[in-house]
Write a protein that binds this ligand. Sequence first.
Ligand SMILES: Nc1ncnc2c1ncn2[C@@H]1O[C@H](COP(=O)(O)OP(=O)(O)OP(=O)(O)O)[C@@H](O)[C@H]1O
Ligand SMILES: [Mg+2]
Length: 149
Amino acid sequence: MCAAENILEKHSFDIEGGNFSNAGTVSTKIKSILKQKNLPDDVVRRSAIVCYEAEINIVSYAKKGVISLTIRPNSVQIEADDEGPGIPNIELAMQQGYSTANQQIREMGFGAGMGLHNIKTYSDIFDISSEVDKGTFLKMTIHTQPAKD
Ligand SMILES: Nc1ncnc2c1ncn2[C@@H]1O[C@H](COP(=O)(O)OP(=O)(O)OP(=O)(O)O)[C@@H](O)[C@H]1O
Ligand SMILES: [Mg+2]
């Protein structure tokens, strides 16, 4: 069966660039949706982390974006699609400690250059693509069923 057919639930959330007063609310919502589905704690926690990092990056760097949550029988998928400056060098941006965060972002406690690295670490499958002056697209998949041996 193709992946599009067995979607159990899909939710989408708009994110406004630069609006730090709302930053983190989408990841809180996603966490509560996944908890209600009785998914394993580890899946809920990892989903909330990857969502939070993607959300903060949209608020910090992009003009606007959409985060979507897709729940399938065996996986949780979080996609973050933004309109913004894009990332000129993805390999560099993925490195721990690399950040272009400005003073305002750093004063709020962000800008350690760990977000994308953590997203990759906590996802089972991670895809990133970006186009300069257009935007950035992230796709994170977290398996909900432990691998059978
Ligand atoms: N959605 C995005 N649009 C444009 N640039 C981005 C986006 N996400 C990340 N970047 C670029 O990649 C760099 C690394 O991002 P990453 O999330 O790893 O670290 P950070 O946001 O700088 O710090 P931290 O996430 O630890 O608070 C950012 O500093 C920024 O230059
Ligand atoms: Mg970040």
